[in-house]
Design a binder for this molecule. Structure first.
Ligand SMILES: [Zn+2]
Length: 131
């Protein structure tokens, strides 16, 4: 069969507007939906910073089973998988002489979704020591 460029456009129109629609595209990209930080005393000399990260797909729905890589102020790194609610939690114990720390999401992987940090609602968060 031979067809012109115009014929192809016509066939594409039929396919898109017909009753048999193609499946929706994959819900890309994977991105950070939000970061929530908190702090708590840890004994007399330390405190603990806790950050919960939520991962989203392209429809801003929570994504379980994503493996996150993060980095804290000073260079320490950590990794965890999001749970059924698309969340994972990172904690770090710091000396009371340190008044704040920042957690930055440095990467994310998923079996089917690709990560796009440009779509992140936020990529890092500052956690201040409780007064
Ligand atoms: Zn989102």
């Amino acid at each position: 069969m031979s067809s012109t460029r115009n014929d192809n456009w016509y066939l594409d129109d039929i396919r898109i507007t017909g009753t048999s629609l193609p499946p929706p595209p994959p819900a890309n990209p994977l991105h950070v939906g939000g970061l929530v930080g908190s702090s708590a005393a840890s004994g007399r000399k330390n405190w603990t910073a806790t950050v919960t990260v939520t991962m989203h797909d392209g429809n801003h729905a929570a994504v379980p089973g994503s493996t996150l890589s993060v980095q804290w102020t000073g260079g320490a790194t950590d990794s965890a998988d999001t749970d059924a609610n698309g969340r994972c939690t990172f904690t770090r114990t710091l000396s009371n002489s340190i008044s704040s720390t920042t957690l930055t999401v440095t990467g994310a992987t998923h079996p089917t979704l690709s990560y796009n940090d440009a779509a992140n609602h936020s990529t890092s968060i500052v956690v201040n020591k409780q007064p």
